[in-house]
Design a protein around this ligand. Structure first.
Ligand code: CTP
Ligand code: MG
Length: 556
């Protein structure tokens, strides 16, 4: 990355930089500082789900006239909005104003007949559009604007960071580039809705809801799509009171345990996705995991999907993170930065293993923000104390109650800059007593570790569980070492910022570079002693300094 950086220079038209005019993010669910009232999590989910049900996904020919395409589809009813994107070919997402338009479109669609292969005649909302007369259309094609679904390249990120005005500006730019776009969010809800149609073949009133980073406001472009097959609603729907002395029940199969029921349901839905689900490829049934799941790729959207069921608590923790993300605009900027930093240094991975997960990192940042003085985020216990009767929620004996109305949570009086918070974050965790303490966002303070796992982060709702049980001692050590090194780099940066015309990566950009290369670049810049010695000495001095500093910080 370094040589590429040197070739680039900042664009001259500084005033045209959109980052100067707006705060990160735009939509109502992302906790930006715009004046849009922030909606409740359940409202957002309901609204987006309903939108998705009126939406179709269409694989289009590469050469297409957008005008004609829209005119053709409008035969089925008015279109609310649409966008195109490129994945393996050109795709369109079209949201009709009315659900009936989807039925009309399906009624006019054909099942293709193949000469050599057979097809499964499954009628979904995922279509293939063909030109009746290809040669006729190409002359009138217009340029189709495609919405981007991919994370920005590291070249683009380093360029943006290098041209930013301050470290705060860098963190906000990173957030803006990586956060899920409106279109990507729509595509996520649509993919869930398409899977719901398949599951509905067995459970007509089921709901497939996205959870995790797709909806908790901490998702980065390219993150996986966690789905939850909700069968509980079915029970609620049928609870219509009837008169008379009798009570009617369905005849059902008895299964020895809830876990076995979950495995059986997921096994069948997994088969269905594999055999009938258009665009669902690489279906793996991982039924022996603590939380059984079906993993597959949704080819058309490019999402890696994890489908679970009986996982209501995870949905509740997504809602909690949504609230934390919406409470203060610094939260998401800091979480995104820490997630990007961890990814850049291979602290996180897309492969399951002994690595720290993004979910754990988010918890760590939330905990840190609860520890500031005054706190930037309230503890989960205080959110529970603010809850009203309508917020009460007990899932499988776990108390998951917290206030859900954002407007009733008092904003923090803390005015610390992102630059300071980032530096203190690295110092705090570079010196945290992981060997004896557990991170606990419910109480917002360290607790004694209940077991010997290297990293202990209490699950906020299932309090006997450790969400980072998988993390090995060596991965934790790597996190601590990198945090110390990053704290040191930021300390140096503060004293010695390169001029705007220089091509030198600075601030956050310096933190995202591979650490050794980084150290060497700094040593070269300063013409100092060889890197190993310099880093070692400085890290030692940070260790002793920040032991004092961190006690001060905690007392603040
Ligand atoms: N989850 C949990 N306990 C864990 C792991 C996950 O409760 N030990 C829940 C969390 O609600 C989490 C969700 O499952 O948000 C999805 O897990 P995962 O995909 O690993 O994390 P994300 O938050 O979605 O982050 P990423 O962007 O890495 O997918
Ligand atoms: Mg996820």
């Amino acid at each position: 990355q370094l040589p590429i950086l040197r070739l680039l220079s900042c664009p001259g038209t500084v005033a045209a930089d959109p980052r100067r005019e707006e705060q990160p993010s735009g939509s109502a669910e992302t906790g930006s500082e715009d004046k849009t009232p922030k909606k409740r999590f359940s409202e957002v989910q309901k609204e987006r789900r309903e939108q998705a049900q009126r939406t179709v996904l269409i694989h289009c020919p590469n050469k297409i006239s957008e005008k004609k395409f829209l005119k053709y589809l409008s035969q089925h009813g008015p279109i609310n909005n649409h966008f195109f994107y490129e994945s393996y070919g050109l795709y369109a997402v079209v949201e009709f104003c009315q659900k009936e338009s989807v039925d009309s479109l399906q009624n006019g669609a054909h099942t293709p007949s193949m000469s050599t292969e057979a097809v499964i005649p499954f009628r979904s909302r995922y279509f293939n559009l063909k030109l009746k007369n290809p040669s006729n259309q190409t002359s009138q094609q217009s340029h189709i604007q495609c919405s981007n679904q991919l994370p920005p390249s590291s070249k683009k990120i380093f360029e943006l960071l290098r041209c930013a005005e301050s470290i705060d500006d860098q963190l906000n730019s990173l957030l803006k580039e990586f956060q899920l776009t409106e279109e990507n969010t729509k595509l996520r809800y649509l993919t869930c809705s398409l899977v719901e149609d398949i599951a509905a073949a067995y459970f007509p009133d089921c709901t497939v809801r996205p959870f995790g980073s797709s909806v908790n406001t901490f998702g980065k472009l390219g993150c996986d799509l966690d789905m939850f097959l909700d069968l509980d609603e079915i029970g609620k729907l049928s609870a219509v009171k009837t008169a008379g002395n009798f009570l009617m029940e369905f005849q059902v199969k008895n299964i020895p345990s809830g876990r076995i029921a979950t495995q059986k349901i997921l096994s069948v839905i997994g088969e269905c996705l594999d055999h009938f689900g258009p665009g669902c490829v690489g279906v793996q049934k991982i039924l022996n995991a603590r939380c059984p799941l079906v993993r597959f790729s949704h080819h058309a959207s490019g999402f890696q999907c994890d489908l679970t069921t009986n996982n209501r608590i995870a949905l509740k923790s997504s809602e909690l993170l949504y609230i934390y993300g919406a409470l203060d605009s610094r939260v998401r900027a800091l979480v995104f930065t820490v997630r990007c930093w961890a990814r850049a240094h291979s602290l996180t991975s897309s492969i399951p293993g002994a690595w720290i997960t993004n979910f754990s990192l988010t918890m760590i940042v939330i905990f840190f923000l609860q520890r500031r003085s005054p706190p930037i985020l309230p503890t989960l216990d205080s959110l529970k104390n603010l809850a009203g009767a309508e917020d009460k929620c007990i899932i499988e004996g776990n108390n998951c109650t917290f206030i859900r109305d954002l407007s009733r949570i008092k904003p923090s009086g803390n005015t610390e800059t992102l630059e300071l918070l980032l530096k203190e974050f690295f110092e705090y965790f570079g010196n945290f007593a992981f060997n004896k303490n557990s991170i606990n966002i419910r109480q917002g303070k360290e607790q004694n570790k209940p077991d010997s796992s290297p990293l202990h982060i209490q699950n906020p709702f299932e309090t006997s569980l450790n969400i980072s049980k998988n993390v090995s001692q060596s991965q934790l050590q790597k996190f601590v070492d990198l945090a110390r090194e990053s704290a040191w780099i930021l300390q140096q940066e503060g004293q010695d910022r390169p001029s705007p015309s220089s091509n030198q990566p600075w601030g956050l950009a310096a933190l995202l570079l591979p650490s050794i290369a980084n150290g060497m670049a700094l040593a070269r810049k300063k013409g100092k002693k060889p890197i190993n010695e310099t880093v070692k000495n400085l890290l030692e001095s940070i260790k002793s300094n920040s032991a004092e500093n961190s006690t001060n910080t905690h007392r603040k």
